[in-house]
Ligand binder design. Structure first.
Ligand code: ADP
Length: 400
């Protein structure tokens, strides 16, 4: 494995998450978040050697925030910093793996922006700011979609007129690829199986949620589609609905396209069902106190998740295990047990004490002995982005 430290950057429209990742060390020496960028409340939070720090950076944009970060990065990494890895949400069909950033890569990311109008322009802002501030460092784009470019055509095509695919790229792409890939490799390691001969169902359950079927280290199907709205019920996203809902709401309520999209992306999912919160921890507390909406939201979430996992099993020749990850997957024993209770046809069953013990970063197997593996695995997208960045830099160096 390559050595050296990578600065991992994940840019949103008004935020930058960052981490300094060393491939040989488990913990990040420096990590943090710049948020509310472009506003008077802009602030930089970072954690260095276990200590938390904050700095008001009123009015700072992405470039100004990275400029504030620069001395910290230099202080911590010094001459160990060998590159920068950028999370990019959508790589379309162009990117099947991480890519060294050059003019052609930038143009291809820009060309993909219509598929991810909220995310890719924000990712590009971060890349351009970092190129300006760290001109001498190799930089790499790591795509959420790339892992899913191995889906067979019968899994990635919609049953729509072919011209929409051929001329407009309307197909299923899938997201969370970095996380599904990381946890499936960890699952194989933890189980003593070669990645190249292992079959997994993976459930990444954060604010966004998706499932994935992984065979021999390759994604074979996943629940998100053209955009991250398809599939599971999520924090504020509806997941699958009848596509005729658009026409129905337009005709009966006179709602605009924008209003319907906003409702489906920002006011639905756990938040819409519960009328209370998009946060699973809050919903579990409210449900325990008798809040009917919170209980319903949890039931719908788990049933739909189980249904999606059962559907994903069609892509597997056998099942070596089910993986739970993401904030909900890593912490909610309730969601895991309710979901697995719907999957008795896959012979899945949990051991309650082991299930209850896997919270706050505690990983491990939680199945009842004699049943297929169920693993809780803490995801680490920053680490996977750093590993992909190192591998890409190494590859380019070798070729040159
Ligand atoms: P993001 O997708 O933004 O990275 P996370 O992976 O951090 O999100 O997941 C956030 C979700 O994890 C929230 O719904 C949160 O309530 C849930 N979560 C975190 N800890 C717990 C817990 N102890 N019990 C239940 N849900 C939890």
């Amino acid at each position: 494995m390559q050595s050296g430290t990578i600065l991992v950057i994940n840019c949103g429209s008004s935020s930058i998450k960052f981490a300094l990742v060393n491939a040989q060390q488990g913990d990040f020496a420096l990590s943090g978040l710049a948020e509310r960028l472009g506003s008077a409340e802009a602030v930089l939070h970072w954690q260095l050697d276990g200590q938390k720090h904050d700095l008001a950076i009123a009015g700072a944009d992405h470039r100004a925030a990275l400029a504030h970060l620069l001395p910290l990065v230099q202080q911590v990494a010094g001459n160990q910093l060998v590159g920068i890895g950028h999370r990019v949400v959508h790589g379309g069909e162009h990117f099947t793996a991480a890519s060294r950033i050059d003019a052609a890569t930038l143009a291809a990311i820009r060309a993909t922006a219509p598929l991810a109008p909220l995310h890719n322009p924000a990712n590009l802002q971060g890349i351009e700011a970092a190129l300006g501030l760290f001109p001498e460092l190799p930089q790499v784009a790591v795509f959420d979609t790339a892992f899913h470019q191995t889906l067979p055509e019968h899994a990635y095509r919609y049953a729509l007129p072919e011209v929409l695919y051929r001329e407009h790229g309307v197909r299923r792409y899938g997201f969370h690829g970095t996380s599904h890939r990381y946890v499936s490799v960890r699952a194989a390691e933890l189980s003593g199986l070669p990645v190249s001969n292992s079959c997994w169902l993976s459930a990444h359950l954060g604010n966004g949620c998706s499932t994935c079927a992984i065979v021999d280290g390759q994604s074979r199907d996943t629940s998100m589609g053209l955009t991250p709205l398809e599939g599971l019920a999520m924090g504020t996203r509806s997941g699958d609905v009848d596509a005729n809902l658009f026409g129905h709401l337009s005709r009966t309520l006179g709602w605009s396209l924008e209003k319907i999209e906003q409702m489906l992306n920002q006011h639905s999912g756990l938040l819409g069902l519960s009328g209370l919160s998009n946060d699973m921890r809050s919903l579990e507390q409210a449900s325990a106190q008798g809040h009917a909406g919170a209980s319903l939201a949890i039931e719908v979430f788990c049933y739909r998740l189980a249904k999606s996992l059962a559907a994903m099993s069609c892509a597997l020749p056998r099942l070596d295990g089910l993986i739970f990850t993401g904030g909900i997957g890593e912490n909610s024993a309730l969601v895991r047990s309710k979901t697995v209770a719907h999957l008795t046809l896959l012979n899945l069953q949990l051991e309650p004490t082991a299930n209850a013990a896997c919270v706050r970063g505690q990983s491990g197997p939680i199945e009842l002995p004699g049943h297929p593996r169920v693993l809780v695995i803490a995801t680490n997208e920053e680490r996977q982005i750093a590993l992909d960045t190192l591998a890409t830099i190494q590859l380019v160096t070798d070729v040159n």
